[in-house]
Design a protein around this ligand. Structure first.
Ligand SMILES: Cc1cc2nc3c(=O)[nH]c(=O)nc-3n(C[C@H](O)[C@H](O)[C@H](O)COP(=O)(O)OP(=O)(O)OC[C@H]3O[C@@H](n4cnc5c(N)ncnc54)[C@H](O)[C@@H]3O)c2cc1C
Length: 465
């Protein structure tokens, strides 16, 4: 046992030197300051001190690094922009963090087929910016799109307000190149929409870096609608806003975005960034299509909803959504909080929103809620008094809301992923058999390797309980 420990220590000690021989100096960060900077991601809880942080420039370098780590039994932690809010990119002590942020070339845009080939470190928004003049855009739209990377998006199966109309990352991934945990290179997927065999590329979506490091992807683009309009609907309550949103869907209108803010969320955002929202709850709707269609859709929506504003010019649309988009800054100004991203089936959205409020009150905490009325995502902001005890109370309340969503047939995480933070809660959503099956998939990819350990899946003993 002791011999094994000593040889592992020797293996680790030699790793930095081996990496230094293989990589250009700018691709390797070994200083304490650099390592400390990569100890945490968007969760803002420190993980362990990595042995090294590497910033490769190409897939070949990633493969060399992974092979070297695999040979020496050193865990690897893939990382993009580090916006993950659940500790998914948080390294354990003695691991190697591989960040793809220097791999940011857009390799090819096929403006006829509507596909784009990019390196993993390309930012989400940069894809749409590159495709704009060709009449396409990249539909998966996480709120963090200015910063987060395509590799991180694939690993977390990122999505956003447009999920109902356009789907999430997995629906837009044509093919992907991945460095497997033993350093082998695999290209998975196909340009065809319905390729033969099991869709293994789709398995990478949501696996949070446990199955390998994505180095390159071909993404499917979506035609940009010729025109868009945004509407503001004043509502008595969040429940009434849900009814109106479901009514719009029943009209056969599938909006690009459709968000609900409850009374508390409106007050919070108006105090921070006034956008002229009325008191009470609001429903914000963005529709897209040809202008004649949009005129008719607005008429039909106005028949069932108290539309108070119709924004037609893009600046007016941006200013209508500004209040909603200021939610994070508004919450930060109010005080310490926990941000939740659970989801329920659309038909249960009103009950889910009401339930989140009741649970917050029963924990003695204040909350403001937003919802994507397209895919049932509930963003609850739970405000607490800060410090360890505040965080504990906030987390207990957040866990209770997540479990309640799972019991309603929803999910403990709709957008931010599971990471370290929520892995213990996986048992609220999955049976022991389902978790064992997920473990078998991870084991099939990892073999003896150790890739992003301590994420997503609960410890085996816990899952078996
Ligand atoms: C303000 C804010 C708003 C957000 N809004 C949304 C939202 O609307 N929707 C949403 O889905 N998410 C949202 N997120 C969460 C986060 O931005 C997404 O999960 C995003 O996809 C993470 O991308 P990243 O490049 O920052 O990855 P990281 O945070 O660096 O990593 C995330 C996970 O992906 C893995 N990973 C990263 N790169 C690779 C790679 N190349 N190969 C394999 N695995 C990799 C990591 O190991 C980790 O498990 C938000 C976050 C913030 C801070």
């Amino acid at each position: 046992m002791r011999l094994l420990g000593r040889s592992r220590a020797r293996n680790r000690a030699g790793l930095a030197a081996a990496l230094a021989r293989q990589l250009p100096p700018e691709a390797l960060a070994l200083s304490d300051v650099a390592k400390r900077a990569y100890e945490r991601d968007g969760l803002d809880v420190a993980g362990g001190r990595p042995l090294a942080v590497v910033l490769p420039e190409c897939a070949g370098q990633v493969a060399d690094i992974v092979r070297e780590c695999h040979r020496r039994g050193v865990p690897v932690v893939p990382r993009g922009a580090g916006t993950c809010r659940t500790g998914g990119a948080m390294p354990p002590e003695g691991s190697v963090v591989v960040s793809t942020t220097r791999m940011r070339r857009i390799l090819d845009l096929d403006a006829v087929a509507g596909t784009i080939r990019v390196e993993a470190g390309v930012r989400n928004l940069a894809v749409s910016e590159r495709a704009r003049d060709s009449g396409w855009f990249y539909a998966p739209d996480p709120s963090s799109r200015r910063t987060c990377t395509i590799g991180g998006n694939i690993a977390t199966n990122a999505g956003g307000a447009g999920a109902l109309r356009h789907g999430v990352t997995v629906n837009h991934l044509a093919s992907v190149t991945v460095i497997l945990p033993d350093g082998e290179v695999a290209t998975l997927g196909s340009a065809a929409h319905d390729a033969a065999g099991a869709d293994i590329a789709a398995l990478l979506c949501g696996a949070e870096g446990q199955l390998g490091i994505v180095t390159e992807a071909t993404l499917r683009l979506t035609p940009r609608p010729p025109a868009t309009r945004s509407l503001l609907v004043a509502c008595e309550s969040a429940g009434a806003a849900v009814d109106t949103a479901l009514g719009i869907l029943r009209l056969g209108i599938v909006p690009l975005q459709m968000d609900i803010m409850d009374r508390e969320a409106v007050a919070l955002c108006e105090a921070f960034s006034p956008s002229g929202y009325p008191d009470g709850a609001v429903l914000l709707v963005q529709i897209g299509g040809i202008p004649e269609e949009l005129r008719e859709a607005i008429e039909r929506i106005s028949n069932i909803a108290a539309v108070s504003t119709i924004a037609t010019a893009s600046e007016a649309e941006a200013s209508l959504w500004r209040g909603r988009e200021a939610y994070y800054g508004a919450a930060m100004r109010k005080g310490p909080f926990l941000a939740l991203d659970c989801a329920v089936p659309l038909g249960d959205l009103a009950a889910g929103l009401a339930g989140a409020r009741v649970l917050a009150l029963s924990h003695g905490l204040d909350c403001a809620t937003f919802a994507h009325a397209t895919d049932g995502t509930i963003h609850a902001f739970i405000f607490h008094e800060g410090g360890d005890s505040g965080r504990r109370r906030g987390n207990a309340c957040g866990d209770a809301i997540r479990v309640a969503c799972a019991r309603m047939g929803g999910t403990i995480s709709s957008e931010y992923g599971i990471g370290m933070e929520k892995r213990a809660l996986m048992t609220a959503q999955f049976t022991a058999e389902e978790l064992a099956l997920q473990r078998r998939v991870v084991d099939a990819f990892q073999g003896a390797g150790d890739f992003n350990p301590g994420k997503v899946l609960p410890p085996i003993a816990e899952a078996a309980e």
